[in-house]
Design a protein around this ligand. Structure first.
Ligand SMILES: [Zn+2]
Ligand SMILES: [Zn+2]
Length: 207
């Protein structure tokens, strides 16, 4: 098969929002025959990603509730970095309790983590679905010149004029689209109804 989609999610600090946790999903569509690669990325602050050291059942219950257990999975293990015992696929409160007491027999501190596998994490599944929609839209966008799929924006050009003085502002105005195959380029006005920027964002009117 010459076609494939690779998917990868990473979780942790949001790249631009400080002290926020994010789910960063990458999807890559690969067409080997036509030497085509189309990438879609979706970063969202909507994630339950978390991990905590737990030493009693009430703390575990509080962690689980925050993680939206049991609709979302939780993993319990004996050690964060080099676990020897891991409980996955726990999907009800009594199994969670049993797993906790099993680990608790041997140690006082237990690691609880949110399960980030898409099948056990509906919140992540939703972010992947959005990434898929972005990818499909890009694949469907074809080059006006050679009809190659994946005709997409490669650059955002700023300079939306100020409503008051008409000077260019730093707000986005147009997108430059480029074909990966024939290098055809086109400029498109960014698709919203805004033709002018509020003078509040103008360096001349509101320095
Ligand atoms: Zn083209
Ligand atoms: Zn102005």
């Amino acid at each position: 098969c010459d076609l494939g989609v690779a998917s990868e999610g990473s979780f942790g600090n949001h790249p631009t929002v400080f002290f926020a946790t994010a789910d960063d999903e990458f999807l890559v569509f690969i067409d080997l025959k036509n030497n085509l690669e189309i990438i879609a990325r979706n970063i969202s602050l909507d994630t339950n990603f978390a991990s905590e050291t737990i030493s009693n059942l009430p703390d575990l219950k509080a962690f689980a509730e925050k993680a939206q257990f049991p609709s979302h999975g939780i993993i319990l293990k004996d050690n964060a970095l080099k676990p020897k015992v891991i409980f996955k696929n726990i999907d009800n409160w009594s199994d969670l309790e049993t797993a906790f007491y099993t680990l608790n027999q041997h140690q006082t501190e237990i690691i609880a983590e949110t399960d980030m596998r898409a099948m056990r994490n509906p919140t992540r599944m939703k972010i992947i679905e959005q990434a898929t929609a972005i990818l499909v839209k890009k694949i469907k966008s074809t080059c006006p010149n050679c009809k190659e799929p994946g005709f997409e924006a490669v650059e955002i050009l700023r300079g939306l004029p100020c409503e008051n003085c008409n000077a260019p502002t730093r707000s986005p105005k147009t997108e430059r689209f480029k074909c990966k195959k024939c290098t055809f380029e086109a400029l498109f006005e960014i698709s919203n109804d805004k033709k002018y920027e509020d003078p509040m964002y103008c360096d001349f009117c509101n320095p």
